[in-house]
Each structure stands twice: as structure tokens, then as C-alpha cells.
Design a protein around this ligand. Structure first.
Ligand code: ADP
Ligand code: MG
Length: 279
């Protein structure tokens, strides 16, 4: 029994500290694909809302988009970590992100007891994107140039906002956007207290081949110094951590979403489980 009480007592100062604070959660990977992990995630996010935090969920959907493209016989290609996107690719991505994944997440949060509202980057002109620098190679992939969080403030007052990483440029042409980038920029624009990135590795690894080489803590300047050497999907994640901190966040965390309730463990226990980035 005493261990249960200890766990509760350990969480109390965190609950107090977090009351009324905004936390941005980038949702993806196994936590979004495995049924038991989806349930654990929804339980966690709803609990955050119950104890007085303002959770904001931002999600991608890479594997599902790939799956649907293959079903439709479309070619799937990546260039330097970015999905090579023609008009058809962007259309499928929007259909999967908004028509399927976003509504699934919203329904699940509703069912767990806290009403959620789904948004895309187009809703309330949340994101404005411009083509990425290497658009000649990757096509309609956008980088977020402007975030208008007014719509999030309205929704977060009462609901849990669930944001899909789809967006359009100033003329209304749709683009694919990396969900980590979207989460980092939303966190910065909201001045979120914390940003948490769920992924399928234990965190930022000094050696990507060695799960034992977890970097548990890093300052923004240390991350920036090493960013050039980081590849794959970890680079946009670390860039997003830097954005979140520079926007006024207290810390940004990369945690293992394959582990059930990793969100609660990272937020409410003394022993963090992934990589924590601070200023
Ligand atoms: P998601 O954005 O869905 O969490 P990504 O595949 O985009 O997943 O990004 C995470 C991936 O980045 C890891 O699974 C790993 O393969 C890759 N990666 C590259 N370099 C590193 C590193 N230094 N530490 C950890 N993961 C790395
Ligand atoms: Mg990614």
C-alpha cells in the first residue's frame, strides 16, 4: 500500500506546479497504432485535463499515409527524411490525417470523458506554410512560417484541441508538414510550459544504433551545436524542442511512446524516462 501512497505524494508537487499550464503533446508512432497504447494515451491526456492542465495534441500519421498510398498504387518516396509529395500524395495525406486519424483521436478522448475538438492547420488560419527550401526535390512539402493560435486559445478554454499536421499556403494550396515541426511551432506560439514528443525510440541517442546511449538531459545550446550531425526523424524533433524552449517553454521532452503511460511517467514522477531539453 505504501508504494501507492508514495507515488501519489510524488505526483502532488508536479500537479500543483502544472495547474493551469499548457502542455503540447506530439502524438505518433506505436502509441498511435497499437490499440492498448492508444487507450493508455487517451487515459493520460484526459487525466491531464482533469487535474487542471491544458493539453494540446498535435499528430502526424506517416505510416498510415504510406499504407493508403500503397493501397491506391501510388509511389512512396522519401528524400532527406521528407515525403516526396505531388498533388495526389498531399490529397491522400489530408484524407488520412483528417478523415481518419484526427477523428479517431477525438472520439477516443471524448469517450474517456473529456470532450476534444479536431483541427487542421487550415482551421482558423492556424498555420501558414511556404515551400521548403528543397521543394524541387520533394514537391508540396511546406515549412510553417506563421502560427495564429487564436483558435487554439478559444478551444483549449473548454476542450482538448487535437491538431492534424496539414496546412496550406497563403493562396490555399495544400502542403504536407512534418508533425514535429508543427508541434514545436504551436508550443512556441502558445508559450507552452512543456512540450512532449512521443516516439518509437527511448529518446535522443548519442549513437542512433545503440539504445544504451540515451542522452537524458541537454541544454538548447548543446542541441543546436549537435543538430548538424543528427539525421532521420530525430532532427525535426530536436529542432522542435529548441523552438518550444525558445518560445518560453520550461522544458521539452522526447519520450518512448512504446511504453504505456510514458506521458504520465515523464510529467509526474521524479525519474524522467527520456531526453529532457532545457534552456
Ligand atoms: P516519429 O516522428 O513518428 O516519432 P520518426 O521516424 O520521424 O518518428 O523519428 C524518430 C526516428 O529517428 C527514430 O526511430 C530513429 O530511427 C531516427 N533517429 C535518427 N537519429 C537518431 C538519434 N540520434 N537518436 C534517436 N533516433 C534517431
Ligand atoms: Mg517524424
Amino acid at each position: 500500500m505504501s508504494t501507492n501512497v508514495d507515488t501519489l505524494l510524488e505526483a502532488l508537487p508536479y500537479i500543483k506546479d502544472f495547474h493551469g499550464r499548457t502542455v503540447v503533446i506530439k502524438y505518433g508512432g506505436a502509441a498511435m497504432r497499437e490499440e492498448s497504447l492508444r487507450e493508455a494515451f487517451a487515459t493520460d491526456v484526459v487525466l491531464l485535463k482533469y487535474v487542471g492542465l491544458k493539453p494540446v495534441v498535435v499528430h502526424g500519421g506517416g505510416p498510415e499515409i504510406t499504407e493508403h498510398m500503397e493501397r491506391l498504387g501510388l509511389e512512396v518516396r522519401f528524400h532527406e527524411g521528407l515525403r516526396v509529395s505531388n498533388e495526389e500524395t498531399v490529397e491522400v495525406a489530408r484524407m488520412v490525417l483528417l478523415g481518419k486519424l484526427n477523428t479517431d483521436i477525438v472520439q477516443r478522448l471524448n469517450r474517456h470523458g473529456q470532450p476534444a475538438v479536431g483541427l487542421s492547420g487550415q482551421d482558423g488560419s492556424l498555420f501558414e506554410v511556404a515551400p521548403v527550401a528543397n521543394a524541387e526535390q520533394v514537391g508540396f512539402v511546406g515549412t510553417i512560417e506563421r502560427v495564429d493560435v487564436d483558435v487554439i486559445h478559444h478551444i483549449a478554454a473548454d476542450y482538448i484541441p487535437v491538431i492534424a499536421s496539414s496546412a496550406a499556403d497563403r493562396e490555399g494550396h495544400p502542403y504536407n508538414v512534418n508533425a514535429d515541426e508543427a508541434a514545436g511551432k504551436v508550443a512556441a506560439a502558445l508559450g507552452a510550459y512543456k512540450a512532449i514528443f512521443l516516439t518509437d525510440v527511448v529518446g535522443w541517442l548519442a549513437d542512433p544504433e545503440d539504445e544504451g546511449s540515451l542522452i537524458t538531459r541537454a541544454r538548447v545550446d548543446e542541441v543546436e551545436a549537435k543538430l548538424g550531425d543528427v539525421g532521420g526523424g530525430m532532427r525535426p524533433k530536436l529542432t522542435a524542442c529548441v523552438d518550444a524552449i525558445n518560445g518560453g517553454g520550461q522544458s521539452a521532452h522526447i519520450v518512448d511512446g512504446r511504453r504505456p503511460h510514458s506521458l504520465l511517467l515523464e510529467l509526474f514522477t521524479d525519474a524522467g524516462i527520456g531526453t529532457m531539453v532545457t534552456s
